[in-house]
Design a binder for this molecule. Sequence first.
Ligand code: ATP
Length: 232
Amino acid sequence: MSVLDVSNVSKQYGDKTAVDSISLQVERGEIYGLLGANGAGKTTTMRMVLGLIYPDAGSIRYNGKPYTNDITRMLGYLPEERGLYPKIKVSEQLVYLAQLKGMEKKKADANLKRWLERFGVPEYYDKRVEELSKGNQQKIQFIAAVIHEPQLIILDEAFSGLDPVNVEILKGTVKELRDSGVSILFSTHRMEHVEELCRNITILHKSKTVMKGNLRDIKNRFPKERVLLSTT
Ligand code: ATP
């Protein structure tokens, strides 16, 4: 059974179709790539998976079950527009977020300390978010997505705005999470990011699935697509 099963999901805004009958399955311990240029429908798809907006049609199942409020505990989200409160301390903010997801304060605090150590920035614990650079805020935003030990992590353009060193650090972390059995839905408009991380992908274009399946098969069948996506 898939950790995430999105089946024929659609979303309309007025007369604009943001997502048109998209289906995808994410298995345990898999990083699934959602590729497409700006406006293709990636964020809308992710927001439906997160239960933040409702699909007009189709269904989404989590370990075979429909969405309920409890599902939020198994989900982690790194939004494309970062959403941390600038004036609040990293520790207060992240431990609180983890508690909202049902984790005990003590465990959340220990997890936060471990993640900050992992990224080599233990001193951020007592800093306000506004005191950190944009790139370092993004690391904190990443920790906010993983601190409560979710089964499925939704990463929307997780590497945008990061320098190459930090992209590599985050990539390594994402791979480790995968290897520990966590599932990840990973959106990007850059083929090179999915090449290293994903076995299966969906390519969206103007709300529709244009290609779907094993990345290697897709590249063999459509070598030109690589160029097309890399230039968006
Ligand atoms: P990007 O990489 O630019 O974030 P995306 O692939 O994530 O693009 P979406 O943000 O899902 O694309 O947007 C898909 C389409 O739906 C776009 O044309 C967008 O303008 C439209 N759209 C998204 N959200 C809304 C909304 N709340 N109201 C109206 N239109 C919307």
